[in-house]
Design a protein around this ligand. Sequence first.
Ligand code: SF4
Length: 416
Amino acid sequence: MVRDDADQLPVEAAWWRDTASTCGLYVHVPFCETKCGYCDFYSVPLLEGRETGPLVRCVVSELRSRKRSASGAIRTIFVGGGTPTLLPLGDLRCLFDALGEVASGGEVSEFTVEANPATIDDAKLSVLTGAGVDRLSMGAQSWSVDELAQLERLHSPDDIAPGVLMARRHGIRRINLDLIFGIPGQTLASWSNSLDRTIALCVDHISCYGLTYEAGTRLTAQMGAGRVTRCDEELEADMYTHAIDRLAAAGYEQYEISNFARLGERCAHNVAYWRNDPYIGVGPSAAGYLNGERYKNVADIGRYVAGIEERGEAVLTRERVSGVALAGETIMMQLRQMEGLNVGRFTRQTGIDALSALAPELSRFSESGLLTVDRERIALTRAGFLVADGIISELYAALGESGRGDGSAGGGRAIR
Ligand code: SF4
């Protein structure tokens, strides 16, 4: 009899038992008030007079068509961007009427929308809750005026608590707040203050991301020109470990490298990404993963609208993912979680026995205290989380070496 690995997981993590017949839905709304200097997501400033209706109608059209062709039920919805709540009320209603139809089927267990603290109001929140939204994910980022200015965010610390309270007044119980550490000029004291003020709001979920310098962003150009000094690496590591300890003391369980939640409040949509489960993506630049194929829509509003209107789709690239590529991706995603990589499930997903294919690397990382490895699970330790990117890319590279990832599912050697 094949053992079901879901049985070994905490109750709230076992929902993926039937993910083969379900998927997530991601909707990308590519408008922001202005472009933040560090951001490399596809979004454009919503200049006065710009019409958002044609784009919204195309997103709705793609949504209906992809939903028809998806084999599984939609379990989670995540509307991000961009800043979805920036849409004018009529277009917001048009989009959320269509999403409300999806949610009304009774199979959606989580419906999340991203928002900036200063872009929500009563009318917009009524549209969201009318469609069934039960989770709001707000980019607080920092409680320091100077740090928000450094990030080129438009909201002020004074917008954060009122935004949370307004959402709660509308019955949105589950609130995620995002914070950023490693901001140039940030101190451990100011990071600690941001954590404390966020915790004081008793939100259900807190994400802590280290600031990254992505190619092509204004922030990276400023660093290259010597106008911005990157946060010291040791200080950044101290900020991260301080967050882990402070949030644990406040009752938040760390379940992923950057994500912390109260018991039972993990973000199911993101958990499905990290498990490399299927999802539909709609909107400009959105990616999807269905039936073993990844696709990515064109990251350009004009070309997206033309594609949907003329051909019913706006896909830029498609790629069938299998073998070593699938295994590498799955390692990259699943090791981000505290529970790590489930060896049996990984073999069923990829056809590769990770314990055998990666034996030398697992042994080395295990001996140096960066991974815990047994017959059922491979997981990063606390020290491992600090250097996660390096470990994951070494494992990924090792799989790509000739023959290492090929069909070794039959005879794994356990490492202890
Ligand atoms: S608000 Fe968010 S999506 Fe928009 S530019 Fe800023 S970081 Fe990027």
